[in-house]
Design a protein around this ligand. Structure first.
Ligand code: URA
Length: 214
């Protein structure tokens, strides 16, 4: 099992402490995974279990992995941000009363920058043979803000990726190139059901790539 250093966890907590986020969910998986999955940020379930993708989206993701003969233990799962970004909202109870609760939200650019050194270290140490980004947040973190999952899903790219340069306070391209195949975030099928067939096609491509490598 790969483990990021306690120092890096401390740094990540320190860099994100002024933003509305909670918890810290470490990435999870072996040192030499079949591939690395890069999602968005943990949600409510993950902050409780401290394991990525253990909620409803996780079930969907595990089905995709199993469709290509992989299980959670075979892959390294991480995301652009390792704490849960939340916003307060009100929920109407059955009895008509309102209660305040936390809702998940997408991470901001500042939060992504706060945790960039963590993802950079994971990619550097693990050097995955294939990176599968899940949704636009993971894709744009690594490839840039112009990249769109609707255009690039299912396309295998060999490309430098973005790495945070603390000294110059900007993302810089790596010298090394990586194999990246973007696909949709597993939760996207819940609010956009037609995406399911596109996502399944992408996973078939991922399965074919893995077979080719063996
Ligand atoms: N979405 C993510 O990107 N990561 C998780 O761990 C859960 C949901």
């Amino acid at each position: 099992m790969y483990k990021i250093s306690d120092d890096l966890i401390q740094l990540g907590m320190e860099r994100i402490k002024d933003f509305p986020v909670e918890g810290f969910v470490p990435g999870s998986g072996p040192d030499s995974p079949a591939l690395m999955l890069v999602g968005e940020a943990p949600g409510e379930n993950e902050v409780e279990t401290r394991i990525p993708f253990t909620g409803r989206a996780g079930k969907e993701l595990m089905a995709s992995l199993s469709s290509v003969g992989l299980a959670r233990e075979d892959v390294y799962i991480t995301s652009a941000v390792r704490s849960r970004p939340y916003k307060w909202g009100s929920k109407k109870e059955r009895d008509g009363s309102q209660s305040e609760r936390k809702y998940n939200r997408a991470p901001t650019k500042k939060e992504i920058i706060a945790h960039a050194p963590i993802l950079d270290a994971e990619i550097r140490d693990i050097d995955p043979p294939l990176i599968v980004t899940l949704g636009n947040v993971g894709l744009q973190r690594l490839v840039g803000p112009e990249a769109k999952v609707t255009q690039l899903h299912g396309v295998l790219m060999e490309t430098p990726i973005l790495k945070w340069d603390e000294e110059n306070q900007r993302f810089e391209k790596t010298e090394q190139t990586y194999h990246i195949l973007p696909t949709f975030h597993p939760a996207s099928v819940f609010y956009n059901p037609p995406v399911r067939t596109l996502k399944e096609d992408d996973w078939r491509k991922i399965g074919a790539l893995l077979k080719f490598k063996k």
